[in-house]
Design a protein around this ligand. Structure first.
Ligand SMILES: NC(=O)c1ccc[n+]([C@@H]2O[C@H](COP(=O)([O-])OP(=O)(O)OC[C@H]3O[C@@H](n4cnc5c(N)ncnc54)[C@H](OP(=O)(O)O)[C@@H]3O)[C@@H](O)[C@H]2O)c1
Length: 342
């Protein structure tokens, strides 16, 4: 019997930005046998990342979209189950970007081995992957957070936000955040290093934020934009710094909002308060010294208990489309990962 690969391919592009389950088709194909110089990987985990929406659009300003009929793009972890390649052995745990499928046959290009360091391999999709690295770049590289700084981060209990909270606290900062429910806000305070977290769905959100963050904000990580940015930007301190990592509030919209021109207010604040604003993207720093430094420091922080990553686990390859959708709907607490196989 030939081995079968179950995979999710893009059936149609989403009407608006965010793909739903009907955009994908589950199909079964025969897996080719790995020839000399190739490996076969059995997928164990898929990572759900907001930036995957840019891969299913017709035209994307972030990266090249995938074709209709192609396997859905995404970060993956798996185990080499057959190796005809000198650099890999059966049993090696690896990560890469082979997407939403149970098996992958390749020549090893773009596949990275995961050291047997006792940490959950799925962390390489979150705390040790793009979200953790994004948080690290924002906190350590762009904002240079230090003792006593007041930090603010939106989507505080998400994959990136949970690391911003814990990492900033480990540096002696006072960290505030926002999230969509009281349950998430309580968790941000009890587990994720936040001094206080505010529910941005509260009618009084803006007033509460400015009343409670009395000392103003020195360093801000923007991962959502919209309402949370509107409430926190005016209380930035003179000389403050903002790292723009992502705009969840924008990605979740079906169309751009019609608003009055706020650019003068924003630019005036930047001028009067001598603010620095920098866009930060992990793509620019992959496999550089700062990436290797991040991996080494984050592993130490996890091993010492200063960072405890939380995962939101969804079972089954077939549930990946709903899991991705859930990241935009705020269903996840911590990094959303899909468990495909052991
Ligand atoms: N620049 C980089 O290199 C880099 C790397 C990784 C991630 N990112 C960015 O960081 C952000 C978070 O990514 P992630 O992987 O950590 O995802 P995540 O936080 O695990 O999940 C996204 C979260 O966004 C929040 N959200 C959804 N719609 C929102 C809205 N309208 N307003 C405010 N919050 C909303 C939800 O939390 P609530 O329920 O609390 O609303 C949801 O849980 C994204 O913008 C992503 O693009 C950037």
């Amino acid at each position: 019997m030939p081995a079968i690969n179950r995979r999710l391919v893009l059936k149609e592009r989403p009407r608006f930005q965010i793909p739903t389950a009907k955009c994908f088709r589950l199909e079964e194909v025969v897996i080719p046998k790995p020839v000399e110089g190739q490996i076969r990987i059995k997928t164990t985990w898929l990572g759900m990342d907001p930036n995957q929406f840019s891969k299913v659009k017709k035209v994307s300003d972030q990266s090249k979209p995938i074709d209709i009929g192609a396997v859905m793009y995404g970060a993956t972890v798996g185990v080499v189950d057959i190796s005809n390649h000198p650099d890999f052995n059966a049993g090696d745990v690896v990560h890469g970007l082979w997407g939403w499928q149970e098996f992958h046959v390749c020549d090893g290009y773009g596949i990275t081995k995961i050291a047997n360091d006792g940490l959950r391999p799925s962390y390489y999709l979150g705390a040790l992957g793009a979200a953790g690295f994004g948080a690290y770049l924002a906190v350590s590289d762009v904002l240079k957070v230090g003792r006593g700084d007041v930090v603010f981060c939106s989507a505080a209990t998400g994959a990136l936000g949970q690391i911003v909270g814990q990492l900033s606290k480990s540096k002696g900062a006072i960290v505030y955040g926002s999230a969509s429910s009281d349950e998430k806000c309580n968790l941000a305070v009890s587990e994720l290093g936040y001094k206080a977290c505010f529910n941005y769905k509260d009618q009084d959100f803006e007033r509460i934020v400015s009343d409670r963050i009395e000392a103003g904000i020195d360093a801000m990580v923007v991962s959502a934009g919209g309402k949370t940015f509107d409430a926190t930007f005016p209380i930035m301190n003179v000389g403050g710094c903002i790292a723009v990592c992502g705009l969840m509030a924008l990605y979740s919209m079906s169309q751009l909002p019609i608003t009055s021109d706020r650019s003068f207010m924003i630019l005036n604040e930047i001028l009067l308060k001598r603010l620095s604003i920098k866009g930060s993207m992990v793509l620019d720093k992959l496999n550089t010294d700062v990436h290797f430094q991040f991996l080494s420091e984050m592993k130490k922080l996890i091993n010492h208990g200063e960072v405890t990553p939380i995962e939101h686990v969804v079972e089954g390859l077939e549930n990946a489309p709903d899991a991705l959708r859930g990241v935009f709907d705020g269903d996840n607490i911590g990094k959303c990962v899909v468990h495909v196989a052991d």
